[in-house]
Design a protein. Structure first.
Length: 97
């Protein structure tokens, strides 16, 4: 939100400085980051629940559970990276006068 907020500026003398491309880039960056975080949270919740139950029966499964949790957490990190790349693309306004 801080990176996107710095890129948004008000219109100057009736001329818009925030382009449609920048708006859609910021929307897609936010959606990529948010949905990947949601997916990572759901995956961690499901794996954590099943892993704790299985670890109670078989203690050797603990290391495998932790590895799967790390891979599920990487989903959120990849979404954050994609969101940062999407919001860093410059998009200028063309004056249509």
């Amino acid at each position: 939100a801080v990176i996107i907020g710095n890129g948004v500026s008000p219109s100057e003398n009736g001329v818009t400085t925030y382009s449609l491309f920048s708006g859609f880039a910021h929307l897609s960056g936010g959606l990529a980051c948010g949905l990947s975080g949601l997916a990572a949270g759901i995956a961690i919740g499901i794996v954590g629940d099943a892993g704790v139950r299985a670890s109670a029966h078989q203690p050797k499964l603990y290391v495998g559970m932790v590895l799967i949790l790390i891979f599920a957490e990487a989903l959120g990190l990849y979404g954050l990276i994609v969101g940062l790349i999407l919001t860093s693309k410059p998009g200028g306004c063309s004056n249509m006068e």
